[in-house]
Design a protein around this ligand. Structure first.
Ligand SMILES: Nc1ncnc2c1ncn2[C@@H]1O[C@H](COP(=O)(O)OP(=O)(O)OP(=O)(O)O)[C@@H](O)[C@H]1O
Ligand SMILES: [Mg+2]
Length: 238
């Protein structure tokens, strides 16, 4: 579904990511874990085109997308929920969702055809709040709006940058349940998470990032081995 090869990216002329190789198969959920400043969000920005690639390639289903602008990558089925969510806070919930719905309508033959109604079914709290500006919503509600908006782009790869950070345990459970629903539907996911328990619960395998490089690849057995995860937490997330 998505692969990066020897990807290098950063800010201005300063590289932050070095030779990053990751792959997300169709229907796979992959986690990237790493300490603050490791380069996780930089990788997300490079994949969705918010920062240019300096070297290497990014392929979506075998096609190079690293030279395309962000909207064209979205039209290829790559949607992202950025850290900090980036909603239109003054606009109503319905307007936020309708803007995404309009963009998503450009996607022909999408594998996952989420409608406005489907998003309301996934997040029932939204039904009573459609007219409210999203700026007044709680952090958890805003995260759900950001996910709903990304789904309306009809992606086949959804990238989530720290969806659980800063949220109460009960809300984290709700977000986890939504992620599990998307996995059951077969959507490909790239999940950035600092909370290793949430990451392990929501993904098939993982990459560990440190100082802009992938330093470990964990297969499904490693990734659910609690003593190994404790070691990795100590070595790379401590
Ligand atoms: N807009 C920017 N301009 C310049 N440097 C940046 C910018 N954004 C991030 N960086 C630098 O890039 C490096 C990686 O940051 P990044 O945000 O990708 O880390 P992260 O792994 O997502 O961390 P966190 O877990 O805190 O979100 C850091 O050294 C950071 O200071
Ligand atoms: Mg980050």
């Amino acid at each position: 579904m998505l692969a990066t090869h020897q990807l290098r990216a950063g800010y201005g002329s300063v590289a932050v990511l070095f030779d990053v190789d990751i792959a997300v198969g169709a229907g796979e959920s992959i986690a990237i874990i790493g300490a603050n400043g490791a380069g996780k969000s930089t990788l997300v920005r490079a994949i969705c085109g918010l920062i240019p690639s300096m070297a290497g390639t990014i392929e979506k289903e075998g096609r190079p997308i690293q030279s395309l602008p962000p909207h064209a990558r979205a039209e290829h089925g790559v949607a992202v929920v950025l850290e900090g969510r980036h909603l239109f806070g003054e606009l109503s919930l319905e307007s936020n969702l309708r803007i995404a719905e309009t963009q998503g309508s450009k996607r022909r033959n999408a594998r996952f055809d989420f409608s406005f109604e489907d998003v309301l079914d996934l997040f029932p709290f939204m039904r009573g709040r459609l007219g409210a500006p999203v700026g007044v919503f709680s952090g958890g509600e805003q995260q759900m709006v950001a996910i709903g908006r990304a789904l309306l782009l009809k992606p086949d790869l959804l990238i989530l940058d720290e969806p659980s950070t800063g949220l109460a345990p009960k809300v984290v459970r709700e977000i986890v349940a939504v992620i599990q629903t998307l996995r059951q539907k077969g959507m490909s996911l790239l999940l950035i998470e600092q909370h290793i328990g949430v990451a392990s619960e929501c993904s098939d395998r993982a990459y560990v990032m440190s100082l802009g490089k992938i330093v470990k690849e964990l297969d499904s057995t490693d990734w659910h081995d609690q003593s190994l995860l404790a070691e990795i937490t100590q070595a790379y997330l401590g």
